[in-house]
Design a protein around this ligand. Structure first.
Ligand SMILES: [Zn+2]
Length: 276
C-alpha cells in the first residue's frame, strides 16, 4: 500500500501524462532528487530495466542509476525505459531556475586575470581535474543521502553570475559555506578520493570524491588535506579543513558537484540544513 502511494506521488510530481503513470511503475521502484536545472536524480529501477536520457544509455549498477542537469540544461528532457518487451518514453520538463548576480571585490588582480606566467600551470591543472573525473566507477555511493560537509552561513550560491573586481567571469557553480579556518570538512557520502591537491591556482587546496557513475563532489580553498588519491572514505570521515587558499577572500568551503560534465547544485542534493 505504501509503495503504491509513493509511486503515485512520484509520478504526479515528475511525469506529466497519465499514460506515463501506468508505464513508469513497471520500471522504477523508487526515486529521489529534483528534476530541475542543477538537479541530480537517483533512480532505483526494477530488475532488468534499462534506461536512457535523451537517447543516451545510462549505466546501471545494482539496479541504480543517476542522472543530472546542468545550470542551463534545456527544460525539455526525455527518459526512456525498457524491460523485456515493455518500453516507455517519458517526456518531462525541468524546473527552471533563476540565478543571482554576485560581486566579489578586493581580490588580488592576478586572481581575476592570471598573469601569462601562470597560464601553463592553470592549463596543466585543468587537465588534472578532467582526468580525475574521467573514470566510470561502478559503485552506488551516490544513492546515499548527502550530508552537509561543513555547517555555517551560506555566503555564495550555485549559478550566480560572478563579477570579480567588477569584471564578468564564469558563473559560480558551487555553494560557499563560511566557516572558521581549520573547521573540519567531512565526506557528505561514501566515495573514493580521485584528486587531492594542496595548491591549485584558483581552487587552492582541492579534493575530489567519486561517488560512482560519474557523480563527483569537489571541496575547494582547503587549508589542509587529510586524504590522498585512492583513499576510500565513509560518510562523515574528515577529509580536510576549511581554509582560504586560491581565489578566496576569507575562510569558507566551496562545495561543488558534478554528474559527468554537468554542474549540479549541492544545495539540491544535501539533506537537512547547513545552519550550525
Ligand atoms: Zn565559491
Amino acid at each position: 500500500m505504501l509503495k503504491r502511494v509513493f509511486l503515485a506521488a512520484f509520478v504526479a510530481t515528475v511525469f506529466s501524462s497519465a499514460q506515463a503513470v501506468e508505464l513508469s511503475s513497471n520500471f522504477v521502484q523508487s526515486q529521489s532528487g529534483k528534476f530541475s536545472q542543477g538537479g541530480l536524480v537517483v533512480l532505483q529501477l526494477t530488475q532488468g530495466t534499462k534506461v536512457s536520457l535523451n537517447g543516451e544509455a545510462l549505466p546501471v549498477v545494482d539496479n541504480y542509476t543517476v542522472l543530472g542537469f546542468g545550470r542551463d540544461a534545456r527544460l525539455a528532457q526525455k527518459i526512456s525505459f525498457t524491460r523485456g518487451s515493455k518500453s516507455a518514453h517519458v517526456p518531462l520538463t525541468l524546473t527552471k531556475r533563476s540565478y543571482a548576480i554576485q560581486r566579489i571585490d578586493g581580490l588580488p588582480p592576478t586572481m581575476v586575470t592570471p598573469p601569462e606566467a601562470a597560464l601553463a600551470r592553470i592549463i596543466a591543472q585543468g587537465k588534472l581535474k578532467l582526468a580525475a573525473r574521467a573514470g566510470l566507477r561502478r559503485e552506488t555511493d551516490f544513492s546515499q543521502r548527502f550530508r552537509w560537509p561543513v555547517k555555517g552561513r551560506i555566503s555564495g550560491v550555485y549559478g550566480s553570475q560572478r563579477f570579480y573586481n567588477g569584471e564578468a567571469r564564469r558563473p559560480h557553480f558551487g555553494i560557499d559555506i563560511a566557516a572558521p579556518r581549520g573547521t573540519k570538512v567531512t565526506a557528505p557520502a561514501p566515495g573514493k578520493v580521485t584528486l587531492a591537491e594542496p595548491d591549485m591556482y584558483f581552487e587552492g587546496g582541492l579534493v575530489f570524491i567519486d561517488h560512482g557513475l560519474k557523480v563527483t563532489s569537489a571541496y575547494m580553498h582547503l587549508d589542509s588535506l587529510n586524504v590522498k588519491v585512492g583513499d576510500v572514505v565513509a560518510a562523515g570521515d574528515v577529509i580536510a579543513t576549511v581554509g582560504s587558499t586560491g581565489r578566496s577572500t576569507g575562510p569558507h568551503l566551496d562545495w561543488r558537484m558534478f554528474w559527468g560534465g554537468a554542474r549540479i547544485d549541492p544545495a539540491l542534493v544535501a539533506v537537512g540544513s547547513p545552519s550550525p
